[in-house]
Each structure stands twice: as C-alpha cells, then as structure tokens.
Design a binder for this molecule. Sequence first.
Ligand code: HEC
Length: 237
Amino acid sequence: MLKNNPARNIFFVGLFAMAVFASGCGVRFDMQDQPRYKAYKKSDFFADGRASRDMVEGTVARGLLKENKAFYTGKIDNPDPNAQVQTSTDATGNTVVTSFPNAIDEFPIPVTKELIDRGEERYKINCIVCHGPVGAGDGMIVRRGFVRPPSYHVDRLRNAPVGHFFDVISNGWGRMTGQKAMIPVADRWAIVAYIRTLQASQNPEQIMRMNTGTTPAATSTPAPAASPAAQTTGGAR
Ligand code: HEC
C-alpha cells in the first residue's frame, strides 16, 4: 500500500521544497541584500560624487541641545565677534586679564545653600591642592614647588565676572589646565558660587558693595547678620 502513490510523491517533494525555503539557505529577501551605499563611498547619483549626505543644517544630537548659552559657556551673545579678553603676563609668568567683554556677570542658576555646599565639596576635590583652602593660591602642591596661582582675593579677581571663573574651570587659563572633562557644568557653577563665598569670607565689605552698589555704613563692628553665603546669593555678582 505504500507503493507508487503519485499524489503522495508530489506531496513529499513539495514538503521538501518548503523546508529548504523556510530554512533560509536558499533565497533571502532581507535588507542585507538591498542595493545601498556604504558610508563615505562614491556615488554618481549626487552632483558632489559622494554617497553620504551632510546633516541638515542645525541638526543636534539627542541630548546635546545646549540652548542656554550662559549656563553652558558662561558667555553672552556678544554682537561684536572680535571682542576678546585682553591678557598680559605678570612677573611670575601668570596670565593676567582685566577686561571681560564676553563673560556673563550673573549666575545662570539660582545660588542656594545646597549649591554652595556642593561647590565647597567639589572645590576641595578639584581645586584645593593648588588654590589652597581659602583660595590664597597656597595649596599643598604649591607649597611643595608647583607654580603659584593668583589669590582669589586680589581686586582683579574679586571684580571679575562669574563667567570668567566658569571659563577658567572649563577651558583652563594660562598654566592651568581646563577641567570640563571631569567637572559637569552644574558643578562648575557650584564651584564658582563657592569661590564667591570664599571671596566674601575674606573681604565682606567689598562684596557687600558689589551687591548693593553702596558702601556699607562705617560701623565699629561689622554687621554679623549678613553671612558670606547670603551675600553671594543675594547679589548680581
Ligand atoms: C594643578 C594646579 C591647579 C588646579 C588643580 C587648579 N588650578 Fe586654577 N590655577 C592654577 C594656576 C597655576 C593658575 C595661574 C595660571 C596662569 O595665570 O597662567 C590658576 C589660575 C586660576 C584662576 C585665575 C584666572 C585669572 O584670571 O588669573 C582661577 C579663577 C582658577 N585658577 C580657578 C580654579 C578652579 C575653580 C579650580 C578647580 C576646579 C582650579 N583652578 C584648579 C593651578 C591650578
């Protein structure tokens, strides 16, 4: 009863063909086989002879839209493209700048106690070895022979806008290397807030003057109510 049943033979041949087809070792119709260019290959299709197309102007990678220029760069949109800081070198070889045409003068984020505390912690990790505990430029490795940074308590740096400090941390300054690869943007602002606090701690009267536009009335005892943190938080600088 198993002999030569043609219908059954055709059935088995068909089954075999389907098995071969389904196993994928015969024909494949997937995207791997479609006509396409590899990146940077030549092409006659476009006039410039390149298969790759330029990105649409203004394309931004996801998560990298740095719209808030002040926050990400510490700089203003200066209408004068040639406005640059003027620098010179002092007797010790440090780079000195006195005009800051592009730096923002106000913190781009609210200065809170938490921000200053965070800045203190980050300062002690990233800056204290050179700049010292109160920013006098006498960090431990400076005491052991590394070049001495300027004190944060000289008039020039007391009057420098916050954007300048952000720029120095991000991109380096003269003989100091930039640290943007290590310190996230918000932490850099936290450190700047802490530097302002250090400056206030060493010279409360000047900081108060910068914040209020007036010189505090001369009293025999300095007003205890205004803490350095409050002064930094309250003012424009
Ligand atoms: C390895 C040592 C070192 C470390 C770490 C370091 N600095 Fe400096 N910094 C220097 C030196 C040296 C200079 C002087 C550079 C020059 O003028 O050529 C300087 C200069 C500066 C200035 C003055 C810029 C000016 O206008 O004169 C600021 C502000 C500053 N650093 C902030 C920081 C902050 C904030 C950190 C931590 C995030 C930091 N630095 C970490 C060595 C260091």
